[in-house]
Ligand binder design. Structure first.
Ligand SMILES: *Cc1c(COP(=O)(O)O)cnc(C)c1O
Length: 466
């Protein structure tokens, strides 16, 4: 290992505190330092090469150093790096809003910018709450609409509002005294469903019951459409979000969708809700919006919600919310370039065969005994490792099986005689014992096969040596 790497590792351990990381373990390990990236690969400070198997935390869409995005940011940099959206506006934010509305489900007409997924959701929940508070009806019945229906194992970010909407005990339970209460509905998790054998969508029935019971106090239903990401890639049966849309419409409740993970092509369509022709009232997007270049997020809503905030200055119906770097011009320029690539390079069209290949290769993974369930929606997949396939018993939390697999995947591997590529490793990030595969949409078919090959052998080798 190069001297430079050693020095940087030491400094990192001395000064840094990493997110979602037990720092005692981190400080005992040799940690990878990524210093450059190109296409779908990352390179560490010792020049080793890795496939970016999770799109640099689910963000990178078109690969790294994508010429058009690099150029767009440089061009914007020559004009202005930052201004403000509070009291002023600027061309990249305006043009991007127009583009977002064009690709968003019909009916979403307004864009409120922020800079990460948690704040996009924070904005969504404040918008929904305030909307009912100032929607005029004679009996003021909408004032009672102050609650949110959320799902078990949901993840909407790490700020206190978005944590309140969340339902992952490991992350959220500690903060309970700080959180507002929500009405929590069971989410489908078919692999661990007690009634899976005679599924009549019991999860849906319970949700329906809760919505009907609380219809007068519900401001909104909040959901990650098609797949709960951070929960471990838990997919919903077909028709689930469609049914939520119907119930929300019937009972005059807003539907908030969190497309932070699923947006921008991840599920095979631009947005996950398109699979079921659902138009939400509020939609949060972030991760993939800039192609994985810069922090940017947006909360989209309808003219109906927007109009609820119009009034005389003295009425104080203003949405009093905004972040300093909201709608940053460099980030908006990157997002505009990313959307142009979607159009010019027919990204979604070219993605379809890759989704099919991933699906067919993942089927063969069931040969491995330590795999319980494989869930895939478009180009997001989770492989759930289990100690015992027959009883579905999980590994103990402290065994860190997911972590062991991703460490093994980093080892350089040859990919058969046909592969022109030099041996290289793969970067993955697990969710507990679920191995996540979220490659950049730009991954080539050969690279995709290499990624799956590496994941397979890493799971196999850890299963054999536990
Ligand atoms: C990542 C994620 C968030 C939080 O986004 P940040 O940019 O990390 O704040 C919210 N919701 C979903 C579904 C996510 O996957």
């Amino acid at each position: 290992m190069a001297y430079k790497t050693r020095l940087l590792q030491a400094l990192d351990k001395q000064h840094l505190w990493h997110p979602f990381t037990q720092m005692r373990d981190w400080m005992a390990d040799d940690n990878l330092i990524i210093e450059r990236a190109e296409g779908n690969y990352l390179y560490d400070t010792d020049g080793r090469k890795y496939l970016d198997g999770v799109s640099s935390l689910w963000c990178n869409v078109h690969g790294h150093r994508k010429k058009q995005i690099d150029a767009a940011i440089k061009q914007q940099l020559d004009k202005m790096a930052h201004s403000t959206m509070l009291g002023l506006t600027h061309p990249p934010a305006i043009k991007l809003a127009e583009q977002l509305i064009k690709i968003a489900p019909p009916g979403l007409t307004r864009v409120f910018y922020s800079d990460n997924g948690s704040t996009a959701m924070e904005i969504a929940l404040k918008m929904a709450f305030q909307y009912w508070q100032q929607t005029s009806d004679r009996r003021q019945a909408t004032r009672k609409k102050t609650k949110f229906l959320t799902f078990v194992n949901a993840y909407h970010g790490d700020t206190i509002g978005s944590v309140s909407l969340g339902g992952i005990d490991l992350f959220h339970a500690t903060y309970k005294p700080l959180l507002f209460e929500t009405i929590s509905a069971p989410a489908p998790y078919c692999y661990r469903c007690p009634d899976a054998r005679n599924c009549e969508l019991q999860c849906l029935a319970e949700m329906e019951r809760l919505i009907e019971k609380h219809r007068n106090e519900l401001a909104a239903v909040v959901i990650e459409p098609l797949m709960q990401g951070a929960a471990g890639m838990i997919s919903q049966p077909r028709g689930f979000i469609r049914r939520i849309r119907q119930l929300c419409t019937t009972h005059n409740i807003l539907m908030i969708v969190d497309e932070v993970a699923t947006g921008f092509g991840r599920t095979g369509r631009m947005f996950a809700v398109e699979h079921e022709n659902v138009v939400p009232d509020i939609m949060a997007v972030a991760k993939g919006i800039t192609g994985g270049y810069l922090p940017l997020a947006a909360t989209l809503t309808t003219e109906k919600v927007f109009n609820g905030f119009l009034g005389e200055y003295k009425d104080k119906k203003t949405f009093f919310h905004g972040h300093t770097y909201t709608g940053n011009p460099l980030a908006c320029a990157a997002a505009l370039a990313s959307l142009k690539i979607f159009r010019d390079e027919k990204v979604l069209e070219k993605l379809q065969p890759k989704i099919a290949i991933m699906q067919s290769i993942l089927k063969s993974f069931y040969k491995l005994n330590n795999i319980g369930d494989i869930r895939q929606t478009g180009f997001m997949a989770g492989i759930e490792l289990v100690k015992n396939r027959w009883t579905r018993e999980s590994y103990p939390y402290e065994a860190r099986m997911g972590h062991k697999v991703i460490l093994d995947a980093r080892r350089p591997r040859h990919h058969g005689r046909d592969s022109a590529a030099a041996p290289h490793g793969v970067i993955l990030r697990p969710l507990g014992d679920v191995i996540v595969l979220m490659p950049p949409l730009s991954i080539t078919i050969r690279e995709l096969i290499e990624l799956l090959h590496s994941a397979y052998h890493a799971i196999e080798s850890v299963g054999n040596h536990r």
